[in-house]
Design a protein around this ligand. Structure first.
Ligand SMILES: Nc1ncnc2c1ncn2[C@@H]1O[C@H](COP(=O)(O)OP(=O)(O)OP(=O)(O)O)[C@@H](O)[C@H]1O
Length: 262
């Protein structure tokens, strides 16, 4: 049997007296290219889970496995090199750099030539430079950002900045891409565009794990959904199963800012 693409086993995170994640287990099974969502009311522990998966927080206990390899507690850059990449947030975007420069920067994570070879201008490093420049443009084209490649980030609207963040994640050539609230703050058209591009990413063979409050988008895009509530996982299933789950409906009752799209 092949190992799951990504697996969390009994992840716990304690902040003082608060158990923000209480034994969370989930897995993304092969084949690659699925979209899996983690939902839950505010404070349920979704961001904490994501941070542990990507190495930004050390679990109090539990394990994270990527393609069967234990990556628990590794730093984010090592996890990214192994293929699990969390998208860049707007705070990682530099106003004066162009879209292309952002993707090129993100690629540095995965450059094959050693830094020394680059400094010495060795042929292998120069060949790498050319290959990377081509790949950066391709990534922008893939995300339908080709026409704004040379536009400074300060001139890009929110919807395109979000796509640029995804393009930067893709530049690291992930096998699993973690998207943290990819549609938050986007208008309807921007959300539809971002959802379509998320699908395109998954169709290209990259497994996508996302945390999102926009239930309409989550229900439309997810193959599988995991629901957190006060640090515990209370449900897992297809969008239809989640919509019909009485525990989930109960957890969401009284939430004013979120709807299950029932
Ligand atoms: N660094 C921290 N120190 C102390 N408590 C924290 C820390 N990070 C998160 N928490 C707490 O852990 C709980 C879970 O927070 P988390 O951000 O993971 O929830 P969430 O589901 O992502 O919420 P939201 O949907 O509002 O982003 C909350 O009660 C939060 O206040």
């Amino acid at each position: 049997m092949t190992a799951p693409i990504l697996e969390a086993r009994g992840l716990c995170k304690r902040f003082g007296g608060l158990l923000a994640n209480d034994g969370i287990s989930l897995s993304i099974e092969a084949p690659a290219g699925k979209v899996v969502a983690v939902i839950g009311p505010n404070g349920a522990g979704k961001s904490t889970l994501f941070k542990m998966l990507a190495g930004f927080l050390k679990p109090s206990s539990g394990q994270v496995l990527l393609h069967g390899q234990d990556i628990t507690g590794l730093p984010p850059h090592r996890i990214a090199r192994l293929g699990l990449v969390r998208t860049f947030q707007e705070t990682t975007i530099f106003p004066d750099l162009t879209a292309l420069e952002h993707v090129s920067l993100a690629q540095q994570l995965h450059r094959q030539a050693s830094d020394l070879a680059v400094v010495l201008g060795l042929p292998r490093a120069r060949a790498d430079e050319a290959r990377l420049a081509g790949a950066a443009r391709q990534t922008l084209e893939f995300m339908e950002l080709g026409s704004v490649a040379d536009v400074a980030a300060r001139h890009l609207p929110q919807g395109l900045l979000r796509l640029l963040g995804m393009a930067m994640g893709l530049a690291a050539q992930p096998r699993v891409l973690l998207l943290d609230e990819p549609y938050a703050g986007l208008n309807n058209d921007e959300t539809q565009r971002a959802v379509a591009l998320t699908r395109k990413i998954a169709a290209s063979g990259v497994s996508v794990l996302l945390v999102e409050h926009d239930m309409k988008a989550v229900m439309a895009i997810s193959d599988r959904i995991h629901v957190l509530y006060f640090g515990k996982k209370i449900a897992e299933g297809t969008p239809q199963e989640i919509r019909d789950d009485p525990h989930v409906i109960e957890a969401y009752l009284g939430q004013e800012d979120e709807e299950l799209g029932l």
